[in-house]
Design a protein around this ligand. Structure first.
Ligand code: 5RP
Length: 223
């Protein structure tokens, strides 16, 4: 199977997960990226069960609205049963690197309001140790040079994502060359750097459920 076919299978499995595990009339948090896009398309098949959604990016909001889903501002929502999103890497403890699509800040905020984080990805995203995928860090533009120095001091090689601004009007530094043995510790450390809005480690609040697209079918794994 190609990677696109695996993503398609896992997206359909995620819509099936919602149909089987989430009561009708719920609000669903929706992630960003190519796998999340396929999930949105699959979710449209059970639209009548979904009261509303919360989007983790402008791109996701547009796609949800294109399918006729109601999209709420997160401030209107106290809790959601589930947040469903892709990942760039996921480790055996279900810590993730996210932000390849640059939506890490809104993704982390929406995920924080959800009871269960369901990660949807193909098997290529499963790693023993996070860090081969460059770690995205969203930064206030005026702090770029200072944060670059701080990230370099931690042993990484930060590179500006050229020509890209987040939905929040900030820049992304992609940090290469980190072998992340302690994802919770590094996520916490990066949160202390002045000028960093969000880092792409989702370890303090990792995934609870992993729907993994493999050549043998979609596997459902729990932390
Ligand atoms: C966007 C993300 C995505 O979930 C991540 O980049 C995976 O994307 P894709 O499903 O396209 O492989 O974190 O900010």
């Amino acid at each position: 199977m190609t990677q696109d076919e695996l993503k398609q299978a896992v997206a359909q499995a995620a819509a099936d997960y919602v149909a089987s595990n989430i009561a009708a009339g719920a609000i669903i948090g929706v992630g960003t990226g190519s796998t999340a896009n396929l999930f949105i398309d699959a979710l449209a098949g059970i639209k009548e069960r979904i009261a509303a959604t919360v989007a983790s990016s402008e791109a996701t909001r547009k796609r949800l609205e294109g399918h006729g889903f109601k999209v709420l501002d997160l401030n209107e929502v106290e809790r959601m049963p589930v947040y469903i999103d892709g990942a760039d890497e996921i480790d055996p403890g279900f810590a993730m690197i996210k932000g390849g699509g640059g939506a890490l800040t809104r993704e982390k905020i929406v995920a924080a309001v959800a009871d269960t984080f369901v990660c949807i990805c193909d098997a290529s995203k499963q790693v023993a140790t996070l860090g081969k995928f460059p770690l995205p860090v969203e930064v206030i533009p005026m702090a770029r040079s200072q944060v670059t120095r701080e990230l370099a001091a931690l042993g990484g090689t930060p590179k500006l994502r050229e020509g890209f601004l987040t939905d929040n009007g900030n820049i992304i530094l992609d940090v290469h060359g980190l072998a992340i043995g302690d994802p919770v510790g590094l996520e916490t450390r990066l949160n202390q750097i002045v000028g960093v809005v969000t880092n792409g480690l989702f370890a303090r609040r990792g995934a609870d459920v992993l729907l993994l697209g493999t050549a043998d079918g979609v596997k459902t794994l729990r932390r």
